[in-house]
Design a binder for this molecule. Structure first.
Ligand SMILES: [Zn+2]
Length: 431
């Protein structure tokens, strides 16, 4: 078996050291499996395409490191190595929204342009509590990292304003509840803050799914104050184990049947419903599956986005093939189900392992029209542009393994445009 890897050394793929280590692990493992040296092509980009260029030495160091790795592999006594390094090419200009509005946009060259997603369908512009990254600064983070499309999520779990906590896990016993406050703040910022060069979609994050009778009045209130602005609902919580110490309990199946009035409004509006529903725990990986199945069974005509594919920090060791089998069955049974692959936990625990890659790459390629990418970044004041950039890079690592159709659907946003009926079209991928 021969493996041909294309290694891209450019601005957005100069990842942190951990990312490099994981990538190297992939090569080593696949190389070991194949029993021969991989063929590598590593163009070195001249420009960076980013507004804050990284020093040229970064690319050189990365190239040198790759060369050293390959030479080490070859020195191990195996034959068949072909190495083409340091072919200097011009970096294409970064994409702008215009590239998604024109019929004759240049094709997207995956060997020279970023592998990071241009869409972040899951980013929280509000923190759990405490000071926030200002709205305008969050928009700048998107602009600086090449993200052109984003959903503005509030947050489904807010700490009391009297609490000094910024993270609920640090304060067990402090109740966290959804609130309209964040949706109002996001809407107010959306209409006043500058947001040139990016397309933003406002999401309602206030619903407490355990109190369905409060949801329609909340929708009406937001739509009265900000008519036509909100286009999405989520991220809302069906069951989230991380919140159990803060007063959250799983929503009961009986309560799910009381959602009908607001789910009907979402259907009429064409709003996707993005729900956090833990699949289970390490000891019982599918413990909460019946809850999600209940939602899908009762509301098959709603577009439902299952965030993180049900995975979480409480479920990092599930057998990847089993998870993929389960997701495949649900996608086939429920044509309006979408899966969100946001949050670095998915890459850290699943996509970056050999078993995970073997299971998820074919799955994502086959079902690419049902997948949405995102960072799950949270705008608390202790975060920074560098952290956003890292989270975008980590959650985009899987992109480089996707085939061209899947890359266009997921990373270049084609699914997102289709889902929301947006007047954008992802550029074709260069042959
Ligand atoms: Zn989230």
């Amino acid at each position: 078996m021969e493996i041909h890897h294309r290694v891209v050394v450019g601005s957005r793929v100069n990842e942190d050291q951990a990312a490099g280590a994981i990538q190297e692990r992939h090569w080593r493992e696949q190389y070991r499996e194949a029993g021969q040296c991989p063929t590598l092509t590593a163009p070195v980009l001249k420009g960076t395409g980013e507004s804050k260029p990284k020093p040229a030495s970064t690319a050189s160091r990365a190239t040198t490191a790759i060369a050293a790795l390959i030479l080490a592999l070859c020195a191990a006594g195996l034959s068949g190595c072909v190495l083409k390094l340091a072919t200097t090419v011009e970096a294409p200009a970064p994409l702008t929204l215009d590239a998604f509005l024109s019929d004759d946009s240049p094709c997207y060259d995956r060997s020279a342009q970023p592998q990071t997603s241009v869409i972040d369908s899951h980013v929280h512009f509000r923190p759990f509590g405490g000071p926030t990254i200002p709205f305008g600064q969050m928009v700048q983070y998107l602009q600086e990292t090449g993200v052109l499309f984003a959903n503005i999520y509030g947050i489904g779990q807010t700490l009391p304003v009297t609490s000094s906590c910024t993270y609920y896990l640090d304060c067990p016993g402090t109740p966290v509840t959804p609130s309209l406050k964040n949706d109002f703040v996001n809407a107010a910022n959306y209409v006043t803050a500058a947001q040139s060069g990016v397309h933003l979609t406002l999401a309602m994050t206030f619903p407490d799914l355990a109190e369905p009778e409060t949801i329609l009045p909340g929708i009406e209130l937001l739509e009265t104050e900000y008519p036509g602005l909100f286009q999405w609902m989520g991220e809302v919580n069906l069951v989230k184990q991380a919140l159990f110490d803060n007063g959250h309990t799983p929503v009961s199946p009986a309560t799910i049947s009381e959602w009908a009035p607001f789910m009907e409004v979402l259907r009429d509006r064409g709003f996707p419903f993005a729900v956090h529903s833990d699949l289970g725990s390490e000891d019982a990986p599918t413990l909460y599956l019946p809850l999600m199945e209940e939602v899908l069974r009762q509301y098959p005509d709603n577009v439902i986005v299952w965030v993180h594919m049900g995975l979480s920090r409480e479920l990092t060791t599930m057998d990847a093939a089993r998870h993929v089998e389960l997701m495949t069955a649900l996608l086939e049974r429920y044509p309006n189900l979408m899966l969100d692959i946001a949050w670095r936990v998915l890459d850290d625990a699943y996509f970056s392992t050999p078993d995970g890659l073997a299971a998820y790459v074919p799955f994502l390629n086959t079902h690419s029209e049902r997948i949405l990418p995102g960072t799950d970044f949270l705008a608390s004041h202790d975060k920074s542009l560098d952290i956003y950039r890292t989270e975008l890079e980590v959650t985009s690592r899987i992109n480089r393994y996707l085939d061209d159709d899947a890359f266009r659907d997921i990373a270049l946003g084609q699914n997102y445009f289709r889902l929301l009926g947006l007047d954008y079209e992802a550029p074709p991928i260069c042959p």
